[in-house]
Design a protein. Structure first.
Length: 651
């Protein structure tokens, strides 16, 4: 495939060895956060096979729906991604279609976005670095350049994804240490020689019908892709049972010019052989029985396809790794059309994006909603109210708003401290509401001038304790909880399910139940909610990393009450979890509130006005950059915010 035969085999071995030894911690962590929701995976060309394989892994391990898209399918789809994960797979990260996919994804704002690439410095990675919520996972491939069919890149990607999904779910990946064990052969050269001899009859046929089992779907897709791209022959695809629904009629009419290639693993061998036994005798059949089950068989099938493509090229006299690319083909490849739909450039007005966030809609279809006029008026009324207001205080959530959730123990960025210091220098009061205790106080003290500490008011433990930043008596981290909270804590640690999957931290005014893995977040919240359902005086709130149980009269909104006693103007509040049961719901019910992530359904407040694709601390910085400070007051420059929006999306 573009290199001497022996070298090609050696390269596959080296690629497999590298992918088995590469560190996958970052990819594992990103995947672990996806497995509680549906996933869309996008790949172009050969990377579409990797996207399809990722979806198979997601459905197998997470037991949740996942669907692969080509870039054009993704661009034309209006599926709402607000509660879905998105994975973009690209070996090189250079083609225009995958770049347009990423730009469109930022406009549509999936709940989570993972970009997987085999190149550290590419247009895709440079673009993704502008969006801080994106999990950008780069593996620097050891080979300098892949061939036209990207065989090494594909093998590396599917192995890396398989290892990461297994580790994310705490399972054994089951992949053997060497490629010979994966394929079930002692000698790959001998196996390829046998394959060439057995498959020779197929390459004489005009059409090859590829029938496959579920584990070999990605391999079959890759075979069709490689045969088409290298002009090796005509391929038709069908799984064994879809083949039974009429596709067999092709053989009745064209048996003399058709061959069958059957790809199956141990799991579907019985059905495969029963099906093949009924095929007319004159139809040549090549059976490729892939040993093993699940993802191991899936990867072995992809390796077998690579060998089949080489065998077909050798028999036909074409080098599939070095096809002659026609000039018109290069021009077609160079077309840049996915930034347009129906001949019009994708729109990304700040109004449409803000309303799409409120209504959990796709931004491109939000205008067709029957309630759009209502939301449009609500949005404009909210902006008008902000434009007329001067604030002498601002209340922030901490984690996810001032402090990055992905790096919560590193503390606040210098940029955040700089903006907070400017507000304090002008005499503006700052309130900070956190579910934490001493760690938040110590980090804030590290970055804020001592003379301003008394004007920084903190509510610790979601509002259980309130003090200024200079007060050494708070927070009180005593575990002397109320009797009712103690009882809930006991029920949690004694629960036959929860005791194995959570850690329980007790404080005076709350208990925090922390799942050992993000995959348990929804289950833990449902279980804890059930435990406290007979205690109407308690509530369970969600943060990005825990479920907090606290009395109903404890709330982050107490910071608003505290600040209002020492200020005279309205208070602006900013947080990230504005939708119930998010732990900022009460804080962002304030008449003047902005979200940097999740919004409530309240049309009068809790709007997210940040640029499309900006989330968390990045969105907070967008807001802070639009604060106009003047003698102890500030206002939000709406026009600058709109300019900020355009710059954020168009970069």
């Amino acid at each position: 495939m573009g290199r001497p035969y022996a070298d090609e085999i050696q390269q596959l071995k080296l690629t497999y060895d590298w992918a088995m030894g590469a560190k996958v911690d970052s990819l594992t962590q990103a995947i672990r956060a996806t497995v509680t929701r549906p996933m869309v995976a996008v790949g172009s060309g050969g990377s579409f096979t990797a996207a399809d394989f990722a979806c198979s892994l997601h459905q197998s391990y997470a037991n949740i729906l996942a669907r692969p898209f080509t870039p054009m399918e993704f661009a034309s789809s209006t599926v709402c991604l607000s509660d879905a994960s998105l994975m973009i797979v690209s070996a090189g990260g250079t083609n225009s279609d995958i770049l347009a996919t990423f730009r469109g994804a930022m406009l549509r704002e999936p709940r989570q976005c993972i970009v997987v690439s085999l190149r550290n410095d590419s247009p895709l990675t440079r673009l993704a670095e502008n969006y801080h919520f994106v999990d950008l996972i780069n593996f620097e491939q050891p080979w300098k350049k892949d061939g036209f069919l990207s065989t090494n890149s594909l093998l590396a990607l599917v192995v890396l994804l398989s290892r990461s999904y297994a580790e994310a779910l705490g399972a054994e990946h089951g992949l053997p240490p060497c490629i010979e064990e994966l394929t079930g052969t002692k000698s790959i050269p001998d196996a390829i020689a046998d394959l060439r001899a057995q498959s020779a009859v197929l390459w004489k046929q005009q059409t090859i019908l590829v029938v496959y089992g579920p584990n070999l779907r990605s391999a079959a897709i890759d075979l069709e892709s490689k045969f088409s791209e290298a002009a090796l022959g005509n391929i038709q695809l069908a799984d064994f049972r879809n083949f039974a629904h009429g596709r067999h009629n092709w053989l009745a009419k064209r048996s003399s010019s058709t061959g069958i290639l059957a790809l199956f693993s141990d799991e579907d061998a019985n059905l495969a052989r029963r099906t093949l036994a009924l095929i007319p005798k004159e139809v040549p059949i090549l059976e490729i029985h892939i040993p093993g089950i699940g993802m191991k068989a899936g990867i072995a099938g992809i390796v077998a396809v690579m060998q089949l493509v080489g065998a077909a090229g050798k028999a036909i006299g074409l080098d599939p790794g070095r096809p002659m690319i026609p000039r018109f083909g290069r021009r077609i490849y160079g077309l840049r059309g996915l930034n347009y739909l129906g001949g019009r450039r994708l729109t990304h007005s700040s109004e449409a994006v803000a309303i799409a966030r409120k209504t959990c809609s796709d931004v491109r279809t939000v205008r067709s909603r029957q309630d759009y006029t209502f939301w449009q008026k609500s949005y404009r009324d909210f902006l008008t109210s902000l434009e007329k207001k001067q604030f002498d205080s601002v209340a922030f959530d901490y984690d996810g708003t001032l402090c990055e959730e992905s790096n919560r123990y590193a503390g606040l960025q210098d940029k955040i401290f700089k903006h907070l210091s400017l507000l304090l220098d002008s005499g503006i009061v700052i309130g900070i509401a956190t579910g934490r205790g001493k760690s938040a106080r110590d980090d804030l003290r590290r970055g804020l001038p001592t003379q301003h500490w008394q004007r920084v008011q903190l509510t610790y433990y979601n509002g259980g304790q309130i003090a200024d930043l200079g007060d050494n008596n708070y927070p009180d981290s005593s575990e002397n909880s109320s009797l009712i909270l103690e009882r809930v804590a006991d029920l949690v640690v004694e629960h036959p399910l929860l005791k194995a999957i959570v850690r329980c931290d007790k404080r005076k005014f709350q208990i925090s139940i922390i799942p050992v893995s993000p995959i348990y977040r929804d289950l833990v919240y449902r279980t804890v909610s059930h435990i406290i359902s007979l205690n109407p005086e308690l509530k369970a709130l969600r943060s990005a990393h825990s479920v907090d149980v606290l009395p109903n009269d404890i709330s982050k909104s107490s910071i608003i009450t505290r600040i209002s006693k020492v200020t005279h103007a309205d208070i602006l509040s900013i947080g990230d979890k504005g939708q119930w049961p998010g732990n900022d719901f009460d804080l962002l019910a304030n008449p003047f509130s902005l979200s940097v992530n999740e919004v409530s359904s309240d049309p009068t407040t809790c709007w997210n006005l940040a640029p499309a694709g900006h989330r968390g601390v990045q969105a907070t910085l967008d807001y802070l950059a639009c604060f106009k400070i003047n003698h102890g007051y500030f206002y939000l420059d709406i026009e600058q915010l709109k300019v900020q929006y355009s710059k954020g999306f168009d970069r």
